[in-house]
Ligand binder design. Structure first.
Ligand code: FES
Length: 105
């Protein structure tokens, strides 16, 4: 379990990048927290620098979009999902479980 940040430091619509075995982006999407691999599966762009709309994040480089709930791309040019990670909020702190990687197809 890795500490991402305080809840107060991640307002709605924002993201933070943390370093684990790979960079991971943590988002506050309309009050719900999600963690996914930060690097887009199309090329080398940081999804934490992308744009959030609901539970979708748009890659800042070529505008592929990923569903933060599943990691699945919702449009080209990305074709492969990003990995998702469980998020735990306790005592005002956001943690990401980087050991329990949810399998993707
Ligand atoms: S790098 Fe993300 S869509 Fe191309």
């Amino acid at each position: 379990m890795i500490r991402a940040c305080d809840v107060a430091d991640l307002p709605e619509g924002e993201a933070v990048r943390i370093l684990a075995h790979v960079p991971i982006a943590v988002f506050n999407a309309e009050g719900a927290y999600y963690a996914v691999d930060d690097t887009c599966t199309h090329q080398d762009a940081s999804l934490a620098d992308g744009w959030l709309e609901g539970c979708l994040v748009e890659c800042p480089l070529h505008a592929a979009s990923f569903d933060l709930r599943t990691g699945e791309p919702t449009c080209l040019p990305a074709k492969r999902p990003v990995r998702t990670y469980p998020v735990l909020v306790t005592d005002g702190v956001i943690y990401v479980d980087t050991n329990v990687r949810e399998e993707v197809a």
